[in-house]
Design a protein around this ligand. Sequence first.
Ligand SMILES: NC(=O)c1ccc[n+]([C@@H]2O[C@H](COP(=O)([O-])OP(=O)(O)OC[C@H]3O[C@@H](n4cnc5c(N)ncnc54)[C@H](OP(=O)(O)O)[C@@H]3O)[C@@H](O)[C@H]2O)c1
Length: 266
Amino acid sequence: MQGKNFIITGGSSGLGLELAKHYASEANNIGLIARNLEKLQAVVEQLKVLSPDSNIFYCSTDVSVQEDAEAAVSQLAAALGGIDTLINSAGILREGRFENTPIETFREVMDINLFGTINIIQAALPYLKTSQGSIVNIASMAAHTGVFGYTTYTASKHALAGFTDSLRYEMKPQGVSVQIICPPEFDSPMVDELNKDRTPENRAHTLMIPKEPIEVIVKDTVKAIESGRYHTVTGFRAKVMAVAIRLLPGLGRSMADKAIKKAAAD
Ligand SMILES: NC(=O)c1ccc[n+]([C@@H]2O[C@H](COP(=O)([O-])OP(=O)(O)OC[C@H]3O[C@@H](n4cnc5c(N)ncnc54)[C@H](OP(=O)(O)O)[C@@H]3O)[C@@H](O)[C@H]2O)c1
């Protein structure tokens, strides 16, 4: 791709940032959305040095606030001159036992991971219909299966997957492509934070699907965006596990139960 206009939410960190670097390096124009202004400004300076041929814009916005999401998208669309591809990577992770999780945490995670994505898509849709562009939602392997400690996160990612599936059927006749990407765990500031205080059961359960380097996640995501394929699990081992979870759910559950029991006993 070259000369295309991307909006990337969560573009100041982790996967969103790596995708921004990739598309900027191909001389595309990028609009970044995240909340922390200083982080965004630092990232924009970095991208401008790496990719002097691309135009980089940014907007410090909380995607979970509908009016702010609308304002950010229209500001960035005006600066870019339209939107060809919208990548929704903004997300948060909270880990802990359900019994210790206040309802506010469920609302916070749903507000950002699900409603934040919906807010941004609603605002971007008129531009994407004009460009016959693409929506790419970053979900997770946690959209495929339950995980110890992730009652909030899996609820949000399963909901995101259901929403994305339905949206695809509505957008296809209108010429807007909709895609979902499901990565396994990869190193990022989100996972650095998780690792500070993670239950051993969550670590044991999650890592039954081995962590992949972020480069693998970026490579497979870029390939998926180019191909227009609807559903992509990134990384070979995660792909195999996703098939196993679908075909042999009982076996998957009993292996997970054993890993969780062992982690609790250790
Ligand atoms: N890392 C993993 O193992 C993993 C695995 C599977 C799926 N994923 C998914 O991949 C996506 C990216 O994860 P990551 O690991 O790259 O995370 P990350 O490094 O923590 O980056 C998250 C990004 O989202 C932004 N963000 C968070 N809340 C926001 C809000 N309310 N409004 C606007 N921006 C917001 C953050 O910036 P601010 O905090 O400044 O707003 C940051 O730019 C997420 O959707 C995550 O669920 C991650």
